[in-house]
Design a protein around this ligand. Structure first.
Ligand code: GLU
Length: 616
């Protein structure tokens, strides 16, 4: 037996550990002492954590060492204040301009008396005063509950740091009184200042910071727990103030070099957020002259450069939404067609356009889709938009699809939407915009195959003369009996046995031993294979005159797909025993039968090959 080998470590983890080794050697900076409790920190503590917006957590060093969150609490509390009060009310009290002053400067906007932004202490204390709750206890509890959603576990206040800051925080009290003077705070400022000290003393780890940052990167949903910590619409406001004011008076240089919204705290923590991608949390107590963690800055700078994370240096995603495009002439639905029908489809099916969309549909990616549709407008008779691989869709994309739907509808060209179940916004948007016309114009289908069949049927109805619904195929009409003489037809008929099935009945079960070939005399049947999660995929649909279940006649293997009656069905069944007997008693007829059988298999193989090469 081979000895069990341990799976290799992730290269991402190796990279973080390498950074950790490299920057652990840096000994610059001083631990903050103005809050006496903070002075006890060990300058060698150093933890790094990187968390992706898809929930992968990578940690190196002292990533589980608790410390107090300090100013990193500010953007999160700002988010809760926005949820509690709405943006308009919050903006009446707190601005959004960087100051260039130190975090604890006693400066307010001339005229309004508003603190300039929520990242300086004045703005943060005003923010904290906006947290809803009847008692000091409830308000603190609401803050702790919020942090618990971001970190994924219960958090507590480090009482000794809180006491230490409360005993020495006269400057912050002065700021509180000044805010009261300008009516930014409307009642006694002290409870709000105390609550602010408590929020700053919440105990976290670098791992917690990484997950909190990744939650902001993931539009407010904690990617590890899957829980919503803040309404998605407010994340942009939080990240905006972090981007412009998050790094004290180093904010401009930070965004220029590192290019990610960030926030640091005097205990030595830093978070950085790359929206939609990842969050970083670093902890190392020694600070530089701006009050930012020396190693924290170095780590974020290195990660940003090595991993090409600068927010303002993003790739062109314009063309990423069209995964694949084909027409109804290149690929047909699983409904098996007569020769005449197949001909019409290969000649005129080009007017059926199918777009398989993927990824994130926003203004710029949806624009590329509608531009392509417009470019092909005259040649388009019917349009299928497949959303199966679309990950997200926003309102501006919905709007473009709505406009294109109207333009096509005006010309009597239908637009079919497939796999929109996970896109409730699209349905809601179109319903609101289309009003009474919604039922008629919004045509959703469970899958492309059914939508394609719908378009094909519509095309065939317009092109081919209407045919009376087929009563019952006679033996002479079976594709399997092509070129049979009258005598052969008669002989063949004597080998068949009539069988009826109700709509919905399973005619062939997967895995069953094959005992017969079915000639479909009346009705329709579909062939399915099961898929993961209980779904099933249609492989083919047959109508009267066609043959099914014939593969087993050749290889005698157990049934590999199920066949279900779509309607009431009548079949002429040729048992495999009779199939063999026919060869003994009427070898020439059997040869003709085998030729026809080959031909039908050939058609299907060619179709499968076309599909494969098209999708390659
Ligand atoms: N609680 C600290 C203060 O107000 C937070 C400072 C900071 O982390 O920037 O002084």
């Amino acid at each position: 037996m081979k000895p069990e080998t341990k799976p290799p470590t992730s290269p991402v983890l190796d990279y973080l550990e390498q950074l950790h080794r490299e920057f652990a050697a840096v000994k610059d900076g001083d631990v903050a002492t103005y809050i006496p409790g903070l002075a006890k920190a060990n300058p060698n503590w150093f933890g790094i954590c990187l968390v992706t917006a898809t929930g992968a957590v990578y940690e190196a060093g002292d990533s589980r060492q608790p410390f107090t969150i300090q100013s990193i609490s500010k953007p999160f509390v700002y988010g809760l204040a926005l949820e509690d009060n709405g943006r308009t009310e919050v903006l009446k009290k707190i601005g959004m301009e960087p100051t260039g002053d130190a975090f604890n400067s006693i400066s307010l906007e001339p005229g309004t008396g508003r603190p300039r932004n929520p990242m300086i202490n004045a703005g943060a204390i005003a923010t904290t005063s906006l947290i809803a709750g009847k008692s000091a206890h409830t308000r603190l509890q609401r803050l702790l509950d919020m942090f618990a959603l971001y970190t994924g576990h219960g958090v507590t206040v480090d009482e000794s740091i809180y006491r230490s800051e409360s005993e020495t925080g006269h400057r912050n009290r002065a700021i509180g009184h000044m805010l009261r003077n300008f009516d930014i705070l409307t009642s006694d400022p002290i409870p709000s200042v105390e609550l602010y000290f408590q929020q700053c003393s919440v105990s976290v780890t670098a791992r917690d910071l990484g997950i909190m940052a990744a939650t902001l990167a993931n539009r407010g949903v904690n990617p590890v727990t899957g829980k919503q910590a803040i309404r998605g619409e407010y994340v942009e406001s939080i990240l905006s103030v972090m981007g412009s004011c998050g790094m004290y008076d180093y904010a401009g240089e930070w965004i220029y070099k590192i290019g990610m919204p960030a926030k640091s705290g005097v205990a030595g923590g830093i978070i950085a957020v790359l929206p939609g991608q990842l969050g970083i949390g670093v902890f190392s107590p020694p600070l530089d002259a701006h009050g930012n963690s020396v190693r924290g800055i170095k780590v974020c700078d290195a990660i940003s450069r090595h991993c090409d994370l600068h927010l303002l240096n993003r790739p062109n995603i314009g063309k990423s939404a069209i995964r694949f495009k084909f027409t109804g002439a290149e690929l047909n639905s699983s409904r098996v067609r007569t020769q005449e029908e197949s001909q019409v489809l290969s000649q005129s099916g080009g007017g059926i356009k199918v777009y398989q969309l993927q990824g994130h549909l926003s203004f710029i990616t949806a624009e590329a889709v509608v531009r392509d549709v417009i470019g092909d407008f005259d040649a388009t008779q019917q349009l299928i938009l497949d959303f199966k691989r679309v990950l997200t869709l926003n309102e501006s994309a919905c709007r473009l699809f709505y406009e294109i739907l109207l333009k096509l509808a005006e010309q009597g060209k239908p637009v079919l939407f497939t796999h929109t179940g996970h896109m409730p916004l699209l349905r809601r948007y179109l319903k609101a915009k289309l009003g009474k016309r919604f039922e008629k114009l919004f045509q959703p289908f469970d899958d492309n195959d059914l939508a394609l069949e719908w378009c094909e049927n519509r095309l065939l109805k317009n092109v081919l003369p209407a045919r009376p619904a087929r009563q019952r195929a006679r033996v002479v009409e079976y594709e399997l009996c092509n070129h049979f003489t009258l005598g052969e037809l008669k002989t063949f008929a004597s080998f068949l046995k009539r069988q009826s099935y109700k709509a919905g009945e399973t005619i062939i079960h997967i895995g069953a031993e094959a005992q017969e070939i079915f000639l479909l005399a009346r009705g329709g049947v579909s062939v399915f294979v099961p898929q993961a999660g209980g779904a099933r995929r249609r492989l083919a649909t047959f109508s009267a005159g066609m043959v099914f279940g014939e593969m087993a006649a050749i290889d005698r293997a157990p049934r590999s797909a199920m066949v279900v009656a779509d309607t009431e069905v009548e079949c002429d069944v040729l048992s495999l025993d009779n199939f063999d007997r026919l060869g003994v008693s009427h070898p020439a007829t059997k040869i003709k039968l085998l030729k026809n059988l080959n031909l039908s298999l050939c058609h299907r193989l060619r179709k499968a090959n076309r599909e494969l090469s098209l999708f390659d």
